[in-house]
Structures are given as structure tokens and as C-alpha cells.
Design a protein around this ligand. Structure first.
Ligand SMILES: [Zn+2]
Length: 426
């Protein structure tokens, strides 16, 4: 009986279904008409690499990239961005590598308009250079007033906040405590804080609240450019793991920029953790989060694009939108940093990571600090404004202005070569 069924010709219903499937498939394929490009320069690093040296630190075995542009000699006169080893002293393995090869959707923009933060490819808007293709991040949409101020992007006076997946891609590593060999050089320990047991240990809680401070300037530095950091970055992320030995302990992490200090506190309270957020010691939010009562948890505090978040065990416990505008944002940050505080109990802070946001410089021509004035651009209708993620060396809309809609070629969405770089791009 079953066999007989199978031999029957397709019913009209089945034929319609197949036609529908074929139609959807054709549309899908059209959506993914792609072209491959190779990235020549490092203006989008570290999101996309141009031709580069791959350097492997002999101390911690981590590999990172250094740009290989015309006229830029290989200089190893700086510290390993992962472990802090001085690379001019240690032996590093160096390999010559080509630029990332990316896939670009040529007709996605027929189905939806370009969006802010897309990585897009376009023909150069400079007269006489139309056969050159550029890849940048889309920052300004038609009709908008774009302002670059303090490393951040403002649209019509309001902060432009990156979507979470773009933010994850744009965080840059400042400190990674998984590599311990040079931790001493990074922390200013006071009271009974010490670098020990693969982290920071508060040994004697009897001395009251004690502070340990990250002891390096947090600049818009790129390992890829071998240095060149000039501006203090106000948007930071700090996280790790803390183990508090007794019930009356309290742990704080703080991020500060200029005169503003965000301080988050985690206090074990039975089968819960009390989480608090303060700005300049004024309590702004608090929450009691149920926990298994072990006084042993992951934490994070981040402040980026005016959004402050306090995390516990990978989830956001407190979120505060400060809705910053150009009026309440300084032109530049004169200092910034990270510190921890502990009291009431012995505690160990480990797996510490510090990250900074990508810092868009207001003025490349000065090639120094983004002091003095913001960069302002009016984007006309049918035009876009694009910037490179590697702001210190990127030539982009800050120099040659806006990009006509007709020059846009497509949206970059995937790195397919070299193998260690394979993955989607955001
Ligand atoms: Zn290293």
C-alpha cells in the first residue's frame, strides 16, 4: 500500500509547495549574491586586518597582529598586549601575513537600507579614485548631524549606542589576568592587597576598606599599530571572579573618568548577593539577587556609550541609562582608570579582565590628542558617513567627506581567510 502511494505523481498541492520552496530558495540566493574582497590596509583593525605581521610572544605564547604598511618598519619596542612582557627583550616569532579575505553581500541593501554600525564596502568618493574600494563602519545616516566627541559618536546631539553584538566586537583588550607573569607591574597594591594565587588577594581584612588600583594609563592604544595611544578612554569594562571568605565581606569594582567614579558593590547576604551601583558615592540603584550562598561569583561593571551595567554570574543585575548628550560630555578625558576595594573578609579576585571601547578620534590631521574641538559633520540626504575602527591611522569621512549612496557596493559579513580569522564580522 505504501509503495503504491509513493509511485503516484505529485499532487497539485505538492507541486504548488515545490514551486513555493523554489521561489523562496531563489530569493534567498539572490539575497546572498556575494563578492570576495581582500583587505589591503589596517584601517578597520582589529575588526579586519590588512597585510600584517603575526607576532607570537615567547613568554605567554599568545599571537597578535602588527600592521605591515608601506614605510612602517617592524618595531617591537613595546609590551606584549596580553602578558606585558617587553617584546624587544624577549624573542618573538614573527610571520608575514596577507590581509583578511571577506565576503560582501552585494544586494542585501536592495532588501533593507544600510544601518548604522554596518561594515560596508564602497567606491572611493574622492574624484579620480573611483576605482578604489574602501571598507569602513557606517556611522552617519542621511540627514544626520554627526559629532565625534571624547571618542564617542553623537547623532543630532544624542549618544549613538552600539548594539550588543557590535559592542562585543569593538571592545579592545587592556588587561587579561589569565597570564600572570607580569601582573605585579600592572597593579598598585596598598594595605594588605597583594598579587598572589593567580589574582589579587586581600589578606588582612582588619584594616578597613582597602584599595588596589590598575596602574597603567588606559589609552586608545592598538597593539596592531605598535603603540600610538594618545587619548584616555572613558568607556571601560572590568570583570572577573571573586571569592569572599566570610559572610561580612564586601567587594567593589570601580571605573572612573575625569571626576566621575562609578562604583559597583557585591555583598553576600545569605542565599543572595546584594548588588549596588553608585556614582561619586551616591547610591543610584540596588538589587538583591538570589544566589547559592557560596560567596564565590563572577562579576562585571561596564560603562559605555552612557549605559552602565553591573553583572553577577554572567547576567546583568543593574542597568542604568544615563542618556548622555553633547552638552554633558567633555571634549576629552584627562584621566581614567579602574580600581577594586575590599573590606570585612579575606577575598581573592581572579580571572581579571579590563577592556576599553573603540575610541573614534575627532581629528586625524592633528594625529595627537583629540583636544580642543569636536569633529562635526552634516550628512546630506542620499549620503553616508563612514569611519575606520582603527581611528588613529584610518583615512575616512573625516578626511574625504561623505559617501554618495550610489558608491555603496555592499555589506561585509564574513571573513573566510585566513583560517584563524574565519567567522562573521560585526
Ligand atoms: Zn605575552
Amino acid at each position: 500500500m505504501k509503495r503504491k502511494d509513493r509511485q503516484k505523481p505529485f499532487s497539485l498541492e505538492e507541486q504548488i509547495e515545490w514551486i513555493a520552496v523554489a521561489f523562496v530558495l531563489a530569493l534567498t540566493v539572490r539575497c546572498f549574491v556575494v563578492e570576495a574582497y581582500q583587505i589591503p590596509t589596517g584601517s578597520m583593525a582589529p575588526t579586519l586586518y590588512g597585510r600584517h605581521y603575526q607576532v607570537t610572544c615567547e613568554d605567554c605564547d599568545s599571537a597578535f597582529s602588527l600592521r605591515l604598511d608601506e614605510g612602517v618598519p617592524l618595531s617591537l619596542a613595546f609590551d606584549c598586549p596580553v602578558c606585558g612582557a617587553n617584546l624587544s627583550e624577549s624573542v618573538a616569532r614573527v610571520r608575514n601575513r596577507g590581509g583578511d579575505r571577506i565576503l560582501v553581500s552585494k544586494n542585501l541593501y536592495m532588501f533593507r537600507p544600510p544601518r548604522r554600525w554596518d561594515i560596508f564596502v564602497f567606491k572611493s568618493p574622492e574624484p579620480g579614485h573611483e576605482n578604489m574600494n574602501f571598507v569602513k563602519r557606517l556611522i552617519g545616516m542621511p540627514g544626520e548631524r554627526i559629532e565625534i566627541r571624547n571618542g564617542r559618536i553623537f547623532v543630532d546631539g544624542l549618544i549613538a549606542r552600539k548594539p550588543p553584538r557590535v559592542q562585543r566586537a569593538l571592545w579592545q583588550n587592556v588587561y587579561d589576568g589569565l597570564h600572570e607573569s607580569h601582573a605585579q607591574d600592572y597593579w598598585l597594591t596598598r594595605g594588605s592587597w597583594e598579587v598572589a594565587n593567580k589574582g589579587l588577594l586581600l589578606r588582612d581584612p582588619s584594616l578597613g576598606t582597602q584599595t588596589v588600583e590598575f596602574d597603567r594609563p588606559i589609552l586608545d592604544d592598538y597593539a596592531y599599530n605598535s603603540g600610538m595611544g594618545q587619548n584616555f578612554v572613558p568607556d571601560l569594562w572590568v570583570g572577573g571572579h571573586v571569592r569572599i571568605e566570610t559572610d561580612n565581606g564586601e567587594f567593589s569594582a570601580a571605573l572612573w573618568a575625569d571626576s566621575d567614579t562609578w562604583r559597583a558593590t557585591w555583598r553576600p547576604a545569605g542565599f543572595a548577593v546584594e548588588v549596588q551601583l553608585r556614582l561619586n558615592e551616591r547610591l543610584l540603584a540596588e538589587r538583591r539577587v538570589p544566589d547559592d550562598g557560596t560567596s564565590d561569583f563572577d562579576f562585571f561593571l561596564s560603562s559605555v556609550d552612557g549605559l552602565v551595567e553591573v553583572g553577577l554570574n554572567g547576567s546583568t543585575a543593574i542597568e542604568l541609562d544615563t542618556k548622555i548628550t553633547t552638552d554633558d560630555t567633555p571634549l576629552y578625558t584627562s584621566a581614567c582608570g579602574v580600581f577594586f576595594q575590599g573590606s570585612g573578609s579575606q577575598m581573592l579576585v581572579s580571572q581579571i579582565e579590563i577592556k576599553r571601547d573603540t575610541y573614534f578620534r575627532a581629528d586625524l590631521a592633528r594625529s595627537d590628542e583629540s583636544l580642543g574641538r569636536p569633529f562635526v559633520a552634516e550628512v546630506p540626504e542620499n549620503h553616508y558617513f563612514g569611519l575606520g575602527d582603527n581611528s588613529p591611522i584610518s583615512r575616512d569621512s573625516r578626511q574625504w567627506g561623505v559617501i554618495p549612496e550610489g558608491n555603496v557596493l555592499g555589506k561585509a559579513f564574513f571573513v573566510f581567510w585566513p583560517i584563524p580569522r574565519i567567522g562573521p564580522v560585526f
